[in-house]
Write a protein that binds this ligand. Structure first.
Ligand code: NI
Length: 192
């Protein structure tokens, strides 16, 4: 059993730094393998949809993503466990969607951000195999959120309308129903 890491919270300076690229040779190292295992365990223990290495204070371009009946985001389509190393995201067009996001590094706050709907994501996995995929909809949003972490950005930076900020309790009370209705219709249209 690997040790779970402490998740840094907003205000910690490391969350604001750009992480460095990982040399593919490093992926075989004990340290990087252990880090990836820790990221997966920590994400799952915290019910996160993703977790970037910077969120545990490791300044390398690695993130893990997984969605499977997530209690924090029950409307998100499933994403099998994906380890992304050195990700590069490229929008495929100008279509945007407003997504209500939260973050394990921003406890008890959610807010609306604009994300690209269709993106190309290139990355290595934990074995060093290269992937080149098109990601759409909420899944594309999740990839953009995690890649932002690797550049020292938080979803808060992208909140244009600060009146959308809400604690999880007030989101549940006042905003959840309308958001879930809108985003469910969007997911049915876009497919993920
Ligand atoms: Ni986050």
């Amino acid at each position: 059993m690997t040790v779970k890491r402490e998740i840094l919270t907003v205000g910690h300076p490391l969350l604001r730094e750009r992480a460095r690229e990982v040399d593919p040779d490093e992926l075989a190292s004990k340290e990087i393998r252990a880090l990836i295992d820790d990221l997966v365990d920590t994400m799952r223990a915290a019910n996160g949809a993703g977790l970037a290495a910077t969120q545990v204070g490791e300044m390398v371009r690695i993130a893990v993503i997984e969605v499977d009946h997530n209690p924090r985001y029950p409307y998100k389509p499933k994403i099998p466990l994906t380890v992304v190393v050195n990700p590069v995201i490229e929008p495929l067009d100008d279509e945007l969607v407003e997504i209500n996001e939260g973050c394990l590094s921003v406890p008890n706050l959610r807010g609306n951000v604009m994300r690209h709907v269709n993106v190309r994501v290139r990355h290595l996995d934990r074995e060093g195999t290269a992937h080149d995929d098109v990601r759409r909809g909420l899944t594309a949003g999740t990839f953009q959120h995690e890649c932002d972490h690797l550049d020292g950005r938080l979803f808060l930076d992208r909140v244009e309308d600060t009146t959308t900020l809400a604690t999880w309790e007030q989101f549940e009370r006042f905003h959840r129903k309308a958001f879930v209705e809108r985003i469910t219709a969007f997911v049915e249209r876009v497919g993920s």
